[in-house]
Write a protein that binds this ligand. Structure first.
Ligand SMILES: Cc1cc2nc3c(=O)[nH]c(=O)nc-3n(C[C@H](O)[C@H](O)[C@H](O)COP(=O)(O)OP(=O)(O)OC[C@H]3O[C@@H](n4cnc5c(N)ncnc54)[C@H](O)[C@@H]3O)c2cc1C
Length: 336
């Protein structure tokens, strides 16, 4: 993704009132709001500048844009945050000490920064099948988000891979668009809730292929696009090919919470827990936004909304602790 360097990138400050970790919709929105609150936030982009939307093509559900390429949207968000005054750095936080006050972040470059408040926006990554062919067709027929991409499969055939709640929900959702939905599952029963299973089995558009794994996604080169998936029966070893215009991998999401595991309260398999209706985590002064804390919606617009909330929550917290407009404190103890 193209990146407009800012002068601050060469000079990481020793301290920031607000440190934002992550450069997806949540991180950049938090940066816009924190900048406009004159908090001079520092944002560390991480390994994937722009976040998950940089690996997709058309985005059709970002308000104000009928259609925009994911990477282009993220370039615009970055430029917006920088224009408001956010200091954006290409680096990755490798260690975060949330027990210290101010908080301490160590970066991949060897640099170190302290912060009065931290906004965590490290997102989540869809779990993939880890096939070479899957990688090749990502964004060109292979997706991990039916809400995002289902619309592109009107009157077409799709395959959904997985057997949990997400897979069944994705399969049901896709029946709104697709002419046929084939659910491929490694086992002979689903892990999804019974009520969802019930809906699935009653839906005439859905066919389930049990005990099969995906060996390969196959397709055309020009234009790049999926035409079928090659499956193997795990009980008999026999192979079959199923026609498909799209493949939705729904085998789970992994929130990027490694940095804070053991420090913050997590739930639902690693998502950072926040107080309902806020972005406050179990440590005062640490806020979490976006997919990192959201196991339900996982959308760009909801992440951006939470990024806004996190900046407002951080601003209020800093003000309550007399740090909103104050110069950088030394290592003084800050009350919870
Ligand atoms: C293929 C695909 C298509 C999608 N299409 C759509 C769509 O059309 N519409 C829609 O609304 N949603 C879509 N989504 C979902 C959307 O991308 C996510 O909901 C959204 O990006 C989440 O935003 P986020 O800011 O929480 O995190 P992410 O976008 O996941 O960004 C996380 C950021 O954290 C950074 N990071 C991680 N660890 C560290 C670290 N240690 N130090 C510093 N930085 C770190 C990463 O570099 C990254 O910049 C799609 C997702 C995928 C995978």
């Amino acid at each position: 993704m193209s990146h407009a360097p800012t002068p601050a990138e060469t000079a990481l400050p020793a301290h920031s009132r607000v440190l934002i970790v992550g450069s997806g919709p949540a991180g950049y929105t938090a940066a816009v709001y924190a900048s406009r609150a004159m908090l001079e936030p520092v944002l560390i982009q991480g390994m994937q500048p722009g976040g998950q939307l940089t690996i997709t093509t058309e985005v059709e559900n970002w308000p104000g844009e009928t259609e925009i390429q994911g990477p282009d949207l993220m370039v615009k968000m970055e430029a917006h945050a920088a224009a408001m005054g956010a200091r954006i750095f290409i680096d990755t936080v490798t260690r975060l000490d949330l027990k210290a006050r101010p908080f301490v972040a160590e970066l991949d470059s060897g640099r170190r920064i302290t912060a009065d408040a931290v906004i965590l926006a490290t997102g989540a990554q869809a779990r993939w099948l880890e096939l070479e062919s899957e990688e090749k067709f990502k964004g060109f027929g292979v997706s991990a988000c039916a809400t995002c991409d289902g619309f592109f499969y009107r009157n077409r055939e799709v395959v959904v891979v997985g057997g949990g709640n997400t897979a069944v929900e994705e399969a049901l959702f896709l029946t709104k668009f697709a002419s046929k939905v084939t659910l491929v599952h490694r086992r002979d029963s689903l892990r999804a809730e019974k009520i969802l299973q019930d809906r699935l089995f009653k839906n005439p558009k859905i066919n389930v292929i049990w005990d099969h794994e995906v060996l390969e996604v196959q397709g055309d080169e020009q234009p790049l696009g999926v035409t079928c998936v090659r499956l193997r029966n795990l009980k008999t070893g026999t192979e079959q090919t199923v026609p498909a215009d799209g493949v939705f991998v729904a085998i789970g999401h992994a929130p990027a919470s490694e940095l804070v595991a053991g420090q913050l309260e997590l739930h639902h398999g690693g998502y950072v827990k926040v107080e309902p209706g806020s972005t406050r985590t179990s440590i005062p002064g640490v806020f979490a936004a976006g997919d990192l804390t959201d196991h339900i919606y996982r959308q760009a617009v909801t992440s951006a909304g939470m990024g806004c909330m996190a900046a407002l929550d951080a601003e209020r917290w800093l003000a309550d602790h007399h740090m909103a407009g104050a110069p950088a404190p030394d290592e003084a103890e800050i009350p919870a």
